[in-house]
Ligand binder design. Structure first.
Ligand code: 6PG
Length: 254
């Protein structure tokens, strides 16, 4: 299948978030119009907070029929609800509490389950119940770590080679060490991947990913993507050396 790749570069975090939010709202609107519902895979970490904020507080909020959107997570840190590290808590505060979401459309990891294994089995069951044969998200929003990790799939982890839809990471190099995550093929299963990279600390990994040829978790996931849209800021992009030529050449946007 042909892959479409775009990279847009913004001067600041706010314009990046606004453009990413517009793109996501368009994709969700189109999915609802053409298929009657939309499935959005949410990202954790800090970068998406502004993007969620734009969707929740701008006129974009009125452009999507939220009652038809399902919300999923790419990963969760194994912490109790209410813990400030919780990805689900962050998405609730920044996005979900501001939207008229339909009952049963928030598909969260059960962090109150007796073990991460029990939570991943339940999440896989929920994915099978809703998608049946295999998951296919309309939009997968992803962040990327400085080491190339995506969701909670870290370089060198055995989780990368697991065929299961949902995996348990017990030795993450970032706190908390225990996490639950979608596996590579499940994260790859999206009509569109929207990837955010912001700040100077992401410049080196962005260069490595766009240059290609390296086996990083993010590159494994995106290798299976159909429509990949990078949204990056000038802090993350300009350290890339001359000669790296992502296709198409990035547009610089204010
Ligand atoms: C997590 C994430 C993780 C995140 C990246 C980028 O739970 O930690 O899902 O994959 O997206 O680490 O995080 P930042 O946006 O905070 O840089």
């Amino acid at each position: 299948m042909a892959q479409s790749l775009s990279l847009r570069v913004f001067d600041d975090a706010d314009s990046l978030a606004r453009a990413a939010a517009e793109s996501i709202a368009d994709l969700l609107h189109d999915a609802v119009r053409t298929r009657g519902e939309a499935h959005w895979l949410l990202a954790g970490g800090t970068t998406p907070v502004r993007t969620y904020g734009h969707i929740a507080r701008s006129a974009l909020k009125g452009t999507v029929d939220w009652g038809r959107v399902h919300f999923w997570w790419g990963d969760e840190r194994w912490v109790r609800a209410g813990n400030p590290l919780s990805n689900q808590g962050m998405a609730h505060d920044a996005l979900l509490t501001h939207l008229p979401v339909a009952t049963g459309h928030i598909h969260a990891f059960d962090v109150a389950a007796p073990s991460p294994e029990a939570a991943t089995a339940a999440y896989e069951g929920e994915l099978r119940r809703v998608f049946q044969i295999r998951p296919l998200f309309d939009v997968a929003l992803l962040g990327v770590g400085e080491d190339g990790h995506v969701a909670s799939l870290f370089p060198g982890s055995r989780c990368l080679d697991e065929a299961r839809w949902v995996v348990v990471e017990r030795r993450a190099p970032k706190q908390p060490e225990t996490r639950v995550s979608l596996g590579v093929t499940t994260l790859a299963a999206a009509r569109c991947h929207v990837v955010l990279a912001q700040g100077r600390a992401k410049a080196e990994v962005l260069r490595r990913v766009l240059q290609g040829g390296e086996d990083l978790p993010i590159t494994r996931v995106l290798a299976g993507g159909r429509d990949i849209r990078w949204f990056v800021d000038t802090a993350a992009w300009p350290l890339a050396p001359a000669g790296v030529a992502p296709d198409p050449v990035p547009l610089r946007e204010a």
